[in-house]
Every structure is written in C-alpha cells, then in structure tokens.
Ligand binder design. Sequence first.
Ligand code: SF4
Ligand code: MG
Length: 326
Amino acid sequence: MSALLAVEGLRVEIAARKRVFTAIDDVSFEIAAGEILGVVGESGAGKSVTGTAVLGLLEKPAYQAGGRILFKDRRIDTLDEDGLRALRGREIAAVFQDPLTSLDPLMTIGGQLVETMQTHLPLSRDEALTRAAQLLAEVGIPAPRERLQSYPHELSGGMRQRVVLALAFCCEPALIIADEPTTALDVSIQAQILDLLRTMCRERGTAVMLVTHDMGVIAEASDRVAVMYAGRIVEIGPTASLIANAAHPYTRGLMASIPDMHRREAELTQIPGSMPRPDAPVSGCAFHPRCTLAEPRCAVERPADVAVGSSRVACWLAGPVSRSAA
Ligand code: SF4
Ligand code: MG
C-alpha cells in the first residue's frame, strides 16, 4: 500500500541578507492512512517548517528548494494557490499551538464551522449547523447549540482548542498537521486535548503529523516518531522501539529528558550545548559538538542513513555492525 503522505528529499532554504541558509536538508518520510507520526526535536530543528511545507504555506524568505511532496500519490508541492486552498481544510487540516491562529475573532464559532463546511462540502446551512453542533458536542463543549453563537474570546484556552479540533475535523480530512497542539495550554488540560485528538483520529482513521518538542507527548500519542536535528531527520521508527531502544545519541538524550516519576526534577538530564542554527551550520554530523560518542570523522563526514531494525538512523555508530568496530 502506498503512503497517504510521502515527503521525498525535501529541502527548504531561506534567502536573507544576500545569503542562502538551509533550513531543511534532504528530509524524507511517509505517513500511512490513519497513522500518527510524531515529529520531535528542539525548537529550531525544522519541525514546523516541514509541516508548513506540507501545507503549502511556506512564506518568503523561506522556499522549497528541492524534493517532492505527494499526497494520495499526487504531487501537492507544485499546486497553485487555488489547488492548495481546495486541499487545505478539506483533505489536509491544521491545528496550531495558539487557537487564535485558527479562529477568526470577529466570527461566531458556528459561523466559522458552517463557512468551512460549506466551502468544501455540499451541505445546506441547516445541515452544516446541525453537524457543527454535533461536532461541538463530540469535542466536549457543553450546551453546543448555544455555543454556536459564541465568539472565540468568550471561551477559555482549552475550550478554544476544542473548537479548533472541531474545525479541523469538520470536513473529515485524511491528514491533520498538528503543530504543538497542547503546548499553550495548562498542564491539566494538555492530556485531555491530546486524548481527544487521538480518539477522534482513531475513530475516523485520520492520519496526523504531530509536531512537538515534548517527548512525553510523542510517547503518549504517536505510532511512529521522526526525530529532527538541525534540519534533518536523524532517526525515524516505531515509537515503542525508539523508546525501548533509541539508536541515535540525540534520541537517547531526548529520552533522558522525559520526566520520570522516580526521578527528582534536579536529576533530569539535559543535553549540554545548543543546536546549530541555519546561519551557522556545522560540518560532518551536526550533532558532533554535543555528542559524547563523537569520533574524529564525525566532524568531517556526514553520516548516511542506515537501517536498524525497522528504524532509519543517521549516525556513524548505528547499524547492525558498527562501522567503527570494523
Ligand atoms: Fe555522535 Fe558521530 Fe553519531 Fe553524530 S555520527 S551522533 S557525532 S557518533
Ligand atoms: Mg515550531
């Protein structure tokens, strides 16, 4: 079966101050129908840029400089604005960190749901209103009929993000790009929203690209995970095997940052140093200045991807037979 979404060799550059920087370098991954792919990494790793590219929303000075993006076997990175608008909201929906990015402050919640549905689906206003109320009930909004008349500012942050989920699901998309969907919310509400997203996806068979800096969110919600570092995927594989047996030193570092009931705050491991920025790239393996296992060649040669079990890893030390042992 072919993938629902296939990103192949994606390259995104940023042209600024008469120089060209590489933000995303040779990123390839697939998402199957109904699958939740977590994309994790530190801020600036290129997670959001990758999601933005899939949505066709890259803006100057960033642009796609290479690679292909296929959705249902059709190239979508070459679509014009009309083609993209027909796709977005209908087949690929987005959920961002701040609910107010997705909601129009001057429109009622019912008005936004009805408008989105009527843009993409052959529904009468009454049909769309009925469906809107059903969706609000499904996302856990009390008195949904009355809430259709409310404006976004009349709701709490958690309730607003529930409305954003209703909006994302209202046209039954095949794929949702969710970029830090719970990061702006109170900790007590984060788990509820994540749970709701996961349940709605499972029931409908909706696939998700779940962008997050939080390994805990990945562990909780994703089937597979792609770990990004400095614009590249350094490890990708099934979540369970990554958690049990991370192959890349950076992934292991992220794992150690998951809070553990049995450890105290002070003992949490942080990876020392910081990730190189696009305007100051690092030679060889971009992680080498922070890697405790780095060898001389790591500073010079960029590691190629190797298969490790059902994962793909970019590290000289990874692989069935470590090349350093040869
Ligand atoms: Fe560390 Fe070298 Fe592997 Fe990079 S390639 S993660 S520097 S061991
Ligand atoms: Mg981001």
